[in-house]
Design a protein around this ligand. Structure first.
Ligand code: 5GP
Length: 208
């Protein structure tokens, strides 16, 4: 049955090196109705980063104005220097069109979104084990030993937040993780709470 209803808001978190980007990209390649939210930040672009693709790069004044205008779903002051936030307008416009929106954000930001949007679907992408996560970080070849130790410790803190999420997807084999994400989308779309319109049509005394 064709259904035209509000798209889902999917909050996807997981430790560095777990493969969130890979899983989300593979999911989006199969589902053109899924969009990725682009965050705003006050930090300077890194080489190769494009405004509007990787981030919306803002001055501190521009970011402050957006805060005043209540333009963020959530925002955060990260590392004592830069601001990062999820612009609300894009998320709402896409959901109204029936598209699903993914927010790939850290556990703190995710908890703020959960408080602001109780209908958000909270997904945590976990590694098969901490040992495997560490091996993946080492395998990237881009991290120093110190950075690997910090990230492994951070990963443990993030994993402790797992019970606050609705779903846990273990990224062992990417295709299997993507299939699980698809199952989550399907199940969420079948929730009675998201189908109040067809339910009231069925129960509203329509002529049989
Ligand atoms: P980076 O500067 O390396 O791109 O990101 C630094 C940190 O900011 C990462 O932990 C990233 O998850 C976080 N971040 C990026 N965008 C947002 C956002 O919209 N909201 C929040 N709360 N954190 C974000």
């Amino acid at each position: 049955m064709a259904r035209k209803k509000k798209g889902l808001l999917l909050v996807v978190s997981g430790p560095a090196g777990v493969g969130k980007g890979t899983v989300n990209a593979a999911l989006m390649a199969k589902h053109p109705e899924i969009r990725m939210s682009v965050s705003a930040t006050t930090r300077a672009p890194r080489p190769g980063e494009i405004d509007g693709v990787h981030y919306f790069f803002k001055t501190k004044d521009e970011f402050d104005r957006m805060i005043e205008e209540n333009a963020f779903l959530e925002y955060m002051h990260v590392f004592g220097m830069n601001y990062y936030g999820t612009p609300k307008a894009f998320v709402e416009a896409e959901r109204e069109k029936g598209n699903h929106v993914i927010l790939e954000i850290d556990v703190q930001g995710a908890m703020k979104v959960k408080a602001a949007c109780p209908d958000a679907v909270m997904v945590f992408i976990a590694p098969p084990s901490l040992k495997i996560l560490k091996e993946r970080l080492v395998g990237r070849g881009t991290e120093t030993q110190e950075s690997i130790d910090v990230r492994t410790k951070t990963a443990l803190d993030e994993l402790k937040m797992l019970p606050n999420y609705d779903y846990m997807v273990v990224n062992d084999v990417v295709d299997e993780a993507v299939a699980e994400m698809e199952s989550i989308l399907t199940a969420e779309l079948c929730r009675t709470g998201r189908n109040t319109e067809p339910i009231s049509k069925l129960t509203g005394g329509e002529t049989i």
